[in-house]
Design a protein. Structure first.
Length: 116
């Protein structure tokens, strides 16, 4: 289920928050390679062609939820960028920004049906 919920397009957006390009690319490519290997091994062990092949209700639920969760992830990345920029520029902390980030955390968690 966790593998089916993963979205490397969204993960790449979060990775873009890492300023050190070489570090970002090295870690992200390693994570992506391990994800792909894990998925391949899970499919081999379960004898499935696709993740959740034997649980179509859960597969459909995840597929239908993702379009609603993705915009919250996009918003969260932007809010984190703004918070980091404010910190880097020694600007006062924004309670509104913190509340917005917390709201995206809660929304994403609820949408994915995970606690974090």
């Amino acid at each position: 289920m966790a593998l089916a919920k993963a979205d490397f397009g969204i993960a790449k957006l979060y990775a873009s928050l890492v300023e050190d390009e070489a570090l970002r690319d090295r870690v992200f490519s390693m994570l992506e390679a391990e994800f792909n290997l894990t998925q391949k091994m899970v499919l081999a062990v379960t004898g499935q062609k696709t993740l959740l092949e034997t649980n179509p209700v859960l597969e459909q639920s995840i597929r239908l939820r993702n379009p609603y969760v993705d915009p919250m992830s996009l918003l969260q990345v932007e809010l984190i960028r703004r918070k980091r920029a404010a910190v880097a520029n020694n600007q006062p902390q924004s309670a509104e920004l913190d509340r917005a980030i917390t709201a995206t955390i809660n929304g994403i968690s609820a949408g994915l049906r995970n606690t974090g």
